[in-house]
Ligand binder design. Structure first.
Ligand code: GLU
Length: 626
């Protein structure tokens, strides 16, 4: 049986609890089969009574009872344990994310922000929570302009400074996700992470490498060096890494609630450190502008998702201030438009022709998002995600030849002609690469697709003394100065503004039922990794894990396109180069993305899938493996 026909038979849905297969009665809550009640009914604290048998680290696991996929084994296990004890997908997502804050402190945690896309099985509705970091009220569009030169400040100087630190949104998102969708209290959901920080986790090669890469800048900040370095170096691979200060931070949030951060002493400690970071004698960095009033003003926000359709599926993604949902929708629309123009299906293409199409689509979508998307009023969302706009943008597509980069941006004006070449092309804005994505589902059919970050690996490098977590450098996601003179830039800094993101937590529904949940880390490459995974699975005859593992190409309308070694160093790369693509190494490390995903197999079964090798490989788990 071909994979496609096999998939047709299994391509159904997350099924309600009555169909849970093989769930031991001892693990079923008293209400098994009924979905736990979400707010406004008062929350219960189910407590934390120790951990069942750990599951192995693997990139694919199939079974029932719910699923979690994250980049880290300990974190996935935390989420699975929550599900096994009767928690739902929102509970598992928050508990897993908090655990990632411990084991992936350079990519996730209390000091950062993120975006959650959530399918609620009871209402059959997809909604999102925007927990993005926010600029202080004092910011202006000139905050990152050097007054002496009138030019953009040095990026590296800003990163390692208080000026890059946005008001953290992650604790507010966790509390809101539990309030709106969960059954656990924040107290219960953060307990496993506190325990993990206290008891420690085993250092792996990725953690050691990320520490080594950041050791020089971490050593500038004594509180960071104390927590993360051992005699100025990375902790040894295989050693146990504890973080009692971070355990205290989780205990504080757990017992005092998020007001400890947004209106209490933990918040005061954040503000003090952001405004005047403690540095090693003889060194100094710029202070930031965050105030306790900025913290008090912070809210995690419910937003309607971006909705588009591709090959019969409903695709839901994150709206502004993320550009992820819009750009993924435009890429998929463009792939459809290329099929319509050429009469050749994506599934029928050679790898080279497929990657050519994918590159053209992503470069075009980036041209448009760079011009039109940011945390400003009036973003033409409907137009950018309209198949009519994609059809207009597809008119310059040549199946044999790459368009010259940068591709000019289009006019999403609601009036689509057969062709409207753009007039202005812009340079590529800079974005770092860090972040963590997790995906969780439960036996009731709820689905969480959640990407969280502290921006670049290691964030600002600044740790809140006594609390053991790094503060983000998310405000460097603003464009420091306008991308192009004379062209409005929606992503300049501003008071209380949220920097544009590329994070793309995504959920696909099939006839209204969850079908696939997917997301990735990787800065701007998130958009291409998520799109490429969806296309790999839907159009390229790849299993989900093979779609995740497939060699990546990331064209973001810059002068070159990032390509992983399997593409760059082989015949595929040569053929793409012959078509006019300017390929370059994916960077350091020489890899793109670390996707996690879950798909429904129907009958209450799930396939959890994670990255097999990148970043040391992720961890896919189900409550009851088959
Ligand atoms: N700051 C990036 C964004 O919001 C995510 C961090 C990263 O993956 O580099 O898109």
């Amino acid at each position: 049986m071909s994979r496609h026909s096999a998939r047709t038979t299994t391509r159904s849905r997350w099924v309600l609890g009555a169909l849970v297969v093989g769930l031991p009665l001892s693990l079923l809550p008293a209400t098994a089969g009924a979905q736990p009640t979400a707010a406004p009914v008062p929350q219960t604290d189910r407590g934390w009574h120790g951990r069942p048998t750990p599951l192995p680290k693997t990139a694919v696991m199939t079974g029932s009872g719910g699923a979690v996929s994250s980049v880290d084994r300990d974190a996935s296990q935390v989420g699975i344990d929550v599900l096994a004890r009767g928690g739902n997908a929102a509970d598992a997502a928050v508990a897993t994310a908090a655990a990632l804050g411990v084991t992936e402190p350079y990519s996730a945690g209390i000091g950062g922000g993120g975006f959650l896309v959530y399918y609620d099985a009871r209402s059959r509705h997809v909604t999102t929570i925007d927990g993005r970091e926010t600029a202080p009220a004092s910011f202006t569009d000139k905050t990152f302009t050097d007054p002496a030169t009138g030019k953009a400040m040095s990026f590296n100087t800003v990163v390692n400074s208080g000026l890059s630190i946005g008001v953290p949104g992650t604790p507010a998102l966790w509390a809101k996700a539990l309030r709106d969708h969960g059954t656990l209290s924040l107290n219960a959901a953060l307990k496993p992470a506190e325990r993990l920080a206290e008891k420690g986790f085993v250092v792996d090669q990725t953690f050691a490498d990320q520490t080594t890469a950041n050791a020089a800048r971490f050593s500038v900040f004594p509180a960071t060096a104390k927590v993360l370095l051992r005699d100025g170096k990375a902790p040894a691979v295989g050693s146990v890494f504890t973080n009692p200060d971070m355990a205290k931070a989780y205990r504080t949030l757990r017992t005092q609630g998020t007001s400890a951060l947004y209106a209490g002493r933990l918040g005061q400690a954040i503000v003090a450190e952001a405004r005047a970071p403690h540095t090693r004698p003889g060194t100094s960095v710029m202070g930031g502008q965050m105030t306790t009033a900025d913290l008090r003003a912070y809210r995690a926000l419910t937003k309607e998702p971006i909705h588009s359709q591709y090959k019969g599926y409903d695709v839901y993604g994150m709206p502004v201030p993320s550009s992820g949902g819009i750009a993924v929708a435009e890429i998929l629309n463009l792939i459809q438009a290329y099929e319509d123009r050429t009469g050749v299906k994506t599934s029928a293409l050679s790898d080279v022709d497929y990657l050519h199409r994918f590159s053209e689509a992503s470069a075009t979508a980036f041209a448009d998002r760079n011009r039109w998307v940011g945390d400003v009023p009036g973003v033409p969302v409907k137009e950018l995600t309209d198949p009519g706009f994609a059809a207009e943008r597809a008119c310059l597509f040549d199946p044999m030849k790459a368009q010259q980069r940068p591709i000019p941006f289009g006019s999403p004006d609601g009036s689509y002609t057969s062709c409207a070449p753009g007039a202005v092309s812009q340079r590529e804005p800079y974005e770092g690469q860090s972040t963590s994505h997790l995906t969780a589902t439960d036996r009731w059919g709820n689905v969480a697709s959640y990407t969280l970050t502290i921006e670049q690996t290691g964030g600002s490098g600044i740790t809140v003394p006594g609390y053991g977590f790094l503060l983000n450098n998310e405000l460097t996601d603003f464009n420091f100065t306008p991308l192009t003179d004379g062209v409005p830039d929606p992503n300049l800094p501003g008071p209380g503004k949220r920097p544009r993101s590329s994070m793309s937590p995504t959920i696909l529904l099939d006839h209204g039922k969850p079908f696939l949940a997917v997301g990735s880390p990787g800065g701007a490459t998130i958009i291409t990794s998520v799109s490429q995974t969806i296309l790999g699975y839907l159009d390229r005859d790849l299993s989900l894990v093979d779609a995740i593992a497939a060699p990546r190409l990331s064209s973001r309308n810059g002068s070159s396109e990032g390509a992983e070694p399997q593409i760059l160093g082989g015949p595929t790369g040569e053929a793409l180069t012959a078509m006019g693509h300017k390929l370059a190494s994916a960077g350091t490390p020489n890899e793109i993305g670390a996707v996690t995903a879950i798909r429904s197999l129907g009958q209450g079964l799930f396939e959890a899938a994670a990255e097999p090798t990148r970043r040391g490989g992720g961890s896919a788990m189900v409550v009851h493996p088959r």
